[in-house]
Design a protein around this ligand. Structure first.
Ligand code: ADP
Ligand code: GLC
Length: 488
């Protein structure tokens, strides 16, 4: 089976969040299970620099406002996975993030930039871009790739089927309606049952309306997005496609995140040799000039600093957390208000709070390995990867009961502690008090060495690899290929 994964980012080349980790690991896991998988990426400068052996598959000429567009075929560094790259210098060769400039403003031509990505995917699916390869399945990730589904629906003739994965419904790719003509789509798609969304053009709706199958990254989030509370205005659309929506829990790359072989951390360890974890903890306290206090609960946060992540709750709860013996270690970037607040917290509590504003993979590994617990108090969380990294490193997650957090962490209730299934601490209300109580439970439990060690062992034993999720995606692809295409 030939599968094309279409996305705007991929670890370790371009990454703004967990999407990049998924796009790196899932295609590889599918390939290991026998699928013929390729990626399609925009030709951002780091992509063009990193891929190997690029050759031109087709010279597309000028489109979407770009004078020269070429489709390249290359291989990913390290994994050697085949990757198509859309080389459109005018649209993609610039600094900043894939979505925004250095000032944090959306690129003004994002409509053209991401329409082109989807349009090329649809041409590959229609078998008129690469004479040597055409996918049976086009798997588009988030709004950046969603237009693939609209262009495929428009082309109609191809046998290829489409899967759209929602990694985060809050990011929708909204554009001014007057730019519609640039998309080159039939006007019948410009309606509330097409791409129109409250007077704007919505790229995510291209995925939600036209994909043959919609997945999201955890079963709980699949249910949540059908509700007004989590639906971001699209819950009606999701409910309308109820039969085609499913939740497949993400895995993690257990090679990249493996405390037994992690070269970024002070001392390797695993469930059989847990002593290394204490060495990582001491090394982290020393590195960050935290008090060398063995009784403290070293609590890590590695996160985008955004409203989604509920980090205002941590700030509001901070006095109470410090009082009950927490040492807080924060690493993140994002909202300048949150950045400033965490910086001030470090100044106010030297030796107890450490803040690093910045993005640093190796440092993230040291934090996850050295901390006792990791906090993810999100207001919503489609899946969340950091709590799974925590589980794998025996760093117990303290999470809010939403989305993938609810699906991956088993709360330390008396029953779960008794049967050995507890892996972390889960709270419900999005309030500083509820967070504080969960942290207090963790602090109290850590005093019981045997119980804490047993929770660490359960956490580290969780099956988190991509093997099972990739099989689920594989089964979904099989189902789609075998079922007759819908009549539009
Ligand atoms: P989201 O995609 O919503 O940001 P996830 O938990 O799915 O949340 O994924 C976040 C990813 O980004 C993880 O791999 C996490 O380790 C990483 N990450 C976030 N902030 C930083 C940072 N400041 N430095 C290093 N890695 C980070
Ligand atoms: C999004 C979500 C996050 C998820 C990630 C990968 O960025 O916010 O919860 O883990 O995508 O699917």
């Amino acid at each position: 089976m030939k599968v094309l994964h279409v996305a705007a980012e991929v670890f370790p080349i371009v990454k703004t969040g967990g999407l990049a980790d998924v796009v790196a690991a899932l295609p590889l896991a599918l390939a290991e299970q026998g699928a013929d998988v390729r990626l399609l990426l925009p030709g951002l400068p780091p992509v063009l620099e990193a891929v190997q052996g690029a050759r031109t598959v087709i010279d597309i000429g000028s489109c979407f406002g770009a004078l020269r567009v070429r489709l390249l075929l290359a291989r990913m560094p390290q994994t050697q996975l085949p990757v198509y790259v859309v080389d459109a210098p005018y649209l993609y060769r610039r600094g900043g993030s894939p979505y925004q400039n250095y000032r944090g403003e959306e690129w003004p031509d994002n409509l053209q930039r991401f329409a082109l990505l989807g349009w090329v995917a649809a041409h590959l699916a229609a078998d008129d871009a690469d004479p040597a390869w055409a996918p049976h399945i086009v798997h588009a990730h988030d709004w950046h790739a969603a237009m693939a589904c609209a262009y495929m629906a428009e082309h109609g003739a191809s046998a290829a089927r489409s899967v759209f994965t929602v990694h985060n419904l809050a990011f929708q790719g909204l554009f001014a309606m007057h730019d519609w003509a640039m998309l080159g789509l039939a006007s019948r798609l410009l309606s509330p049952t097409g791409l129109e969304f409250h007077g704007q053009l919505s790229f995510i709706k291209a995925g939600l309306q036209f994909a043959d199958s919609i997945t999201t990254v955890s079963p709980t989030y699949a249910r949540e997005i059908a509700t007004h509370e989590f639906g971001c205005g699209l819950d009606g659309v999701i409910r309308g496609r109820a039969g085609d929506v499913s939740g497949i829990l993400n895995g993690i790359d257990t090679r990249v995140w493996d405390p037994a072989t992690d070269s970024a951390i002070a001392t390797p360890y695993d469930a059989e040799r847990p002593a290394g974890k204490a060495a990582c903890r001491r090394a982290l306290q020393a590195e960050l000039q935290l008090q060398p206090d063995n009784g403290a609960l070293v609590l890590a946060i590695v996160s985008r600093l955004s409203a989604q992540k509920g980090l205002d709750l941590v700030l509001a709860a901070l006095p109470g957390l410090l009082e009950c013996g927490v040492q807080l270690v924060v690493q993140g970037t994002g909202d300048p208000v949150l950045e400033a607040a965490f910086r001030m917290a470090m100044q106010a509590h030297p030796g107890r709070v450490h803040t690093h504003i910045g993005y640093d993979e190796a440092r993230a590994h040291r934090l996850v390995a050295g901390a006792d617990a990791i906090a993810v108090p999100s207001r919503f969380e489609p899946c969340g990867l950091t709590q799974m990294y925590g589980l794998r490193y025996g760093t117990l997650p303290i999470v809010r009961r939403v989305g993938g957090l609810a699906d991956t962490v088993v709360d330390a209730t008396p029953a779960a502690l008794a049967d050995g299934s507890a892996t972390g601490f889960v709270f419900d209300a999005a309030t500083p008090l509820a967070l504080t109580r969960a942290v207090q439970r963790a602090v109290a439990l850590r005093r019981n060495n045997a119980q804490w060690a047993s929770m660490m062992a359960s956490a580290m034993a969780q099956p988190l690899s991509w093997q099972a999720p990739a099989m689920r995606y594989g089964a979904l692809y099989d189902e789609l290929i075998e079922s007759p295409p819908p009549v539009l």
